[in-house]
Ligand binder design. Structure first.
Ligand SMILES: *[C@@H]1O[C@H](CO)[C@@H](O)[C@H](O)[C@H]1NC(C)=O
Ligand SMILES: *[C@@H]1O[C@H](CO)[C@@H](O)[C@H](O)[C@H]1NC(C)=O
Ligand SMILES: *[C@@H]1O[C@H](CO)[C@@H](O)[C@H](O)[C@H]1NC(C)=O
Ligand SMILES: *[C@@H]1O[C@H](CO)[C@@H](O)[C@H](O)[C@H]1NC(C)=O
Ligand SMILES: *[C@@H]1O[C@H](CO)[C@@H](O)[C@H](O)[C@H]1NC(C)=O
Ligand SMILES: *[C@@H]1O[C@H](CO)[C@@H](O)[C@H](O)[C@H]1NC(C)=O
Length: 927
């Protein structure tokens, strides 16, 4: 009881109220069998039995350290798997993560373990036990990369891997911030308290952040040797002011060593060095120095003369006695053996003083598996039946691969194969699988998979696909025949239906489709004609002719031909052309908008039952096509002439425009007075919801917003400059920017789009657009240019920064975001402009960069506004500022991922011969 109160008293005394971290401490006693409060520190420890289901609990024998958390340890199997603890973190907050290892038993010294410790995909340490009674401590200071981290143990070379404790300690805001934290963690190499009263380390509650300050009295080989003669230990009971950046504990600062003969020298080895380090020295003047005396000294480092320049005068540097002076080297290269000395200057009467040092090695953050791949893998993981032991923890690729995946050795690692044969998978194949665009092999046979094959048309590296012996149904997607690398396709013994496309049958590859009673072969064309011309080419000819006939029959052209030029841009796919005929006579291909039957849409949307929104001209419904493709079906309101024109404009425009940042039109339907547009379904809805919806807005942090802005800007830029004649969107706003399953943005709704007429720099027409986004210049004089889109996009950027709507009464007299934002930016106060949700975790420079360009976009006169291209560059700048330049390079190489090159003989044919639809004023033929 007494000691309990003692602990309480200590807690209360040593914790000024700013330090409330202790409630957020996570202290795991690995192998421990109960939860308890340890008497020495007053910390609450939890047993890992509830969170770690692997390995076994071992009693630790024969140790000097009787501390409760060290009485047991957890031993893991010696195999090629990794064993991970998952710890919850707050993204971008800084933490100290500590793992300790006390083996105990000294009976079989030759089997002491040696194994690896990882933090996510970052190699943290090689833990090698030489002395069973020593506690090995590994500490890492991190800025949390996401909402949790994994601490993994693996890869034993001798003995079995084990762990004694795992601790997570949140740090105060700017503690241990470095310029390198985007790419480096800091691994503690030494943290020494000089002049310590005993051999015991100082930690919580003396250190509110529970760092472990080792005593300089500890004796170990090569630890603090070569001490200069005349070194004396001093102490004080006076309080020390420590409220500087790193908040060293007062107790550490109350003791020090002084070199009474003018020198302080020490030598110690730094594990894992040579390397680059952050090095701190902590000083406080705790002796009474008479006015006729001085203490001045320099640091000497034998190999680095530069370090000797600064003269330390603690009292002067700290502006008083009993105050902390904390000089540090942000980045110094150190050897395995660190020798340092502090030497008094000739004019000083007192010798040097040292209270504490801290040295942390920069450890490059390892590259985790591609984030999109991980989303897909987690969706796949969810198909595994409950009760199956899932040993799939931590990163899928590093340090060891999940047992059922193969990873590439690229940066970041990509998933190249999935091996889940006969694993009792249930349910439909998740659509997220389309993220795995580096995958070459899919082994999913012998499970209980149901439903159609999801859209995997962008898995262009697929070579081998095993789907046999499942219960999959639906028709075979037409794109299968054009997956460029596909060599083996097994779908036997499923429940597929419909026709197998001739292209698939005629392709040179292994294709087994037995045991699908409802599956029929399509008509094979011209098998007897093989004189120098492939079956496919002949098919192509026929398709081309049919296409031309169809188009001529259905559409009457009114204007002369105009060539549409597609810019050679990495992001721009050339228009994909149709190349097989199914379902009677209409063109079916996912690249060109095709005419879809009303009955088909009726089935796909379950009789238009799921309303998902309202676009400029009508209600939008969710649907799912037979081949699994998800669609958004927009019914054009009434059949006024305006509606008709709009409808046909959209069809003709959209079917020619393909860009990854524009919502693709899949098809259209004009039947029985209905005019319907069918778009690809965007899973994550509108940007507007993500900014203004109180729940969704939490998903879009600043970087996500920047990426969305960049995507949308690229879409608009393509409309303005990638199409000839160029296209002005005319209704750019956050509800017209949609987000796909990967949160990539696509510009939608060309309902008000209009091609800029070729020889004019502007188009006059009745002003259209949405209040709040409407370009005042255009409104005033009805002259439409691309700069009107730029204005609207500027409003979108301001919305992204501020999280505010373009028009509300909050802005004062004119209700308008523009004047509000402009006055704040003039004052240089971008901070008060920012969405309060973003405030803490954002670099102001990057916000500033975007705010700057946004204000240019909303200039009164179009001529002063930037071009979309310049806006993209500014956003990319901001991303770089936010992430650091290196990440940005990774990003751009990521976006250049394997451009889909689905070019077959057929499509080459069509490229030459495709009927030119550009600028066709499509009018329905008499029916
Ligand atoms: C220990 O505490 C944790 C977290 O509070 C809890 O989940 C677990 O059940 C507790 N274990 C025991 C053995 O009481
Ligand atoms: C402080 O220093 C005095 C001598 O100056 C010594 O007797 C005492 O033990 C020291 N106390 C601690 C806690 O080191
Ligand atoms: C103190 O350091 C200086 C310079 O490194 C050296 O010349 C001198 O011998 C040292 N004195 C002692 C007592 O170690
Ligand atoms: C430290 O300095 C070295 C050499 O100047 C440089 O290569 C390195 O990138 C810097 N930063 C880190 C974290 O190592
Ligand atoms: C400083 O003054 C004190 C007396 O006030 C004297 O004892 C001491 O020797 C002086 N120290 C030096 C370095 O002059
Ligand atoms: C030093 O402290 C004094 C009084 O405590 C204060 O007036 C002065 O501004 C301080 N100087 C610096 C540089 O902090």
């Amino acid at each position: 009881m007494g000691s309990y109160f003692h602990v309480l008293a200590l807690l209360l005394l040593s914790l000024p109220c700013i330090f409330s971290q202790v409630t957020e401490f996570i202290s795991i006693d690995c192998g421990g069998d109960s939860n308890y409060t340890d008497k020495k520190t007053g910390l609450a420890w939890i047993s890992d039995t509830g969170i770690m289901s692997h390995g076994e609990t071992i009693d630790v024998q024969n140790t000097n350290d009787e501390w409760e958390p060290y009485k047991k340890r957890r031993d893991f199997p010696t195999d090629d798997k990794k064993y991970c603890y998952n710890l919850e973190t707050k993204e971008r907050r800084r933490y100290l993560v500590r793992a300790t290892f006390l083996y105990g038993s000294t009976e079989n010294a030759d089997t002491y373990p040696s194994f690896l410790l990882y933090l996510d995909a970052t190699k943290w340490a090689t833990v090698t036990v030489f002395d069973g009674s020593r506690t090995y401590v590994e500490e890492m200071i991190i800025r949390a990369p996401s909402s949790s981290i994994n601490v993994c143990i693996c890869c034993a070379t001798t003995g079995s891997p084990f762990i004694s404790t795992l601790e997570l300690r949140p740090l105060n805001l700017s503690m241990y911030a470095t310029d390198y934290e985007d790419h480096f963690y800091m691994k503690s190499a030494a943290r020494v308290n000089f002049g310590a009263p005993t051999k015991d380390p100082i930690r919580y509650p003396d250190d509110p952040f529970d760092r472990v300050w080792e005593s300089d009295l500890v004796k170990r080989p090569n630890f603090l040797v070569g001490i200069a003669p005349g070194t004396e230990r001093i102490n004080t009971t006076k309080n020390i002011e420590v409220t500087n950046r790193e908040y060293p504990p007062v107790k550490v600062m109350q003791t020090a060593v002084v070199g009474t003969e003018g020198n302080l020298t020490y030598r110690l080895t730094l594990e894992d060095f040579p390397g680059n380090a952050r090095a701190f020295a902590y000083f406080a003047e705790i002796e009474n120095i008479r006015s006729n005396e001085t203490r001045k000294f320099k640091m000497e480092h034998p190999y680095v003369p530069d370090y000797s320049n600064a003269v330390v005068n603690i009292e002067e540097n700290a502006n008083g006695t009993n105050k902390l002076y904390e000089p540090s080297y942000m980045n110094v290269t150190l050897d395995f053996v660190l020798s340092f000395s502090f030497v008094k200057t000739p004019d000083s009467t007192k010798g040097p003083l040292l209270s504490a040092i801290e040295i942390s090695k920069y450890v490059q953050i390892g590259s985790k598996a591609d984030a999109q791949d991980v989303i897909a893998l987690n969706a796949v993981l969810a198909m595994l039946p409950a009760g199956v032991e899932k040993q799939d923890e931590g990163d899928p690729c590093t340090p060891t691969q999940w047992e059922w995946v193969t990873c590439s050795s690229t940066t970041p690692p990509r998933i190249t194969a999935i091996h889940l044969s006969k694993r009792n998978l249930t349910g439909p194949i998740p659509p997220e699988i389309q993220n795995l665009d580096a995958v070459t092999e899919l082994w999913l046979e012998g499970n209980s998979l149901i439903g159609p094959i999801p859209d995997i048309s962008n898995l262009v590296n697929l070579r081998i696909v095993h789907l046999e012996n499942n219960r999959l149904n639906g028709s075979l997607p037409s794109y299968l025949s054009s997956l460029p690398s596909l060599q083996e396709l097994y779908i036997q013994n499923n429940d597929f239906s419909g026709k197998i496309s001739p292209a698939l049958l005629s392709r040179k590859m292994v294709f087994n489709y037995d045991g699908n009673p409802k599956l029929t072969k399509g008509i094979r064309l011209g098998t007897s004609l093989k004189v120098g011309i492939s079956v496919a080419a002949l098919g192509a000819l026929i398709v081309v002719i049919l296409v031309i006939l169809l188009l001529l029959r259905n559409f009457k052209r009114k204007t002369p031909r105009q060539k549409i030029n597609y810019k050679a841009d990495a992001n721009t796919k050339p228009p994909k052309k149709g190349h097989n005929l199914t379902r009677g006579a209409h063109l079916m291909e996912d690249g060109i908008a095709c005419c879809i039957k009303l009955s088909e849409l009726d089935a796909a949307t379950m009789k238009f039952s799921k309303n998902i929104g309202r676009g400029s001209f009508g209600v939008v419904y969710y649907g799912r096509m037979k081949d699994g493709k998800e669609i958004a079906v927009k019914i054009i309101g009434d059949s006024t002439s305006q509606g008709t024109k709009q409808f046909l404009t959209e069809v003709s425009l959209l079917s020619r425009i393909h860009h990854r940042n524009l919502v693709p039109l899949v098809g259209y339907c004009e039947e029985a007075n209905h005019r319907i547009l069918v778009y690809e379904y965007m899973h994550n809805g509108t940007l507007r919801d993500h900014i203004h919806d109180p729940i969704k807005q939490r998903q879009v942090d600043w970087l996500t917003r920047l990426r969305i802005a960049e995507d949308a800007a690229k879409g608009l830029e393509y409309l303005h400059t990638g199409c000839s004649p160029s296209i002005i969107h005319r209704d750019v706003k956050t509800s017209n920017i949609l987000l796909d399953i990967n949160m990539r943005a696509k510009v939608a709704d060309f309902g008000l789009s209009r091609q800029a007429e070729e020889d004019l720099t502007h188009v006059s027409s009745v002003a259209k657009g949405t209040l709040g986004y409407l370009d005042p210049e255009y409104y005033a004089n009805q002259q439409l240019t691309e700069k009107s889109d730029v204005y609207s996009f500027g409003i979108v950027l301001l919305e992204l920064i501020s999280g505010r709507k373009p028009i509300t009464e909050d802005y004062g007299a004119d209700w308008n975001i523009v004047h509000w934002a402009r006055s704040l930016i003039r004052k240089g106060d971008v901070g008060s402009m920012m969405d309060p949700l973003l405030a803490d975790n954002v670099k102001l420079e990057s916000v500033w960069r975007v705010a700057e360009v946004a204000i240019q976009c909303v200039e009164q006169h179009g001529i002063s506004r930037p071009k979309m291209q310049e806006i993209i560059l500014a956003i990319q700048d901001a991303v770089m500022l936010e992430k650091g330049s290196e990440n940005n390079q990774n990003m751009s190489s990521g976006s250049g991922r394997t451009p889909s090159s689905r070019k077959t003989l057929l499509t080459s044919f069509l490229e030459i011969e495709s009927p030119d639809l550009s600028n066709a004023r499509l009018t329905p033929s008499a029916r």
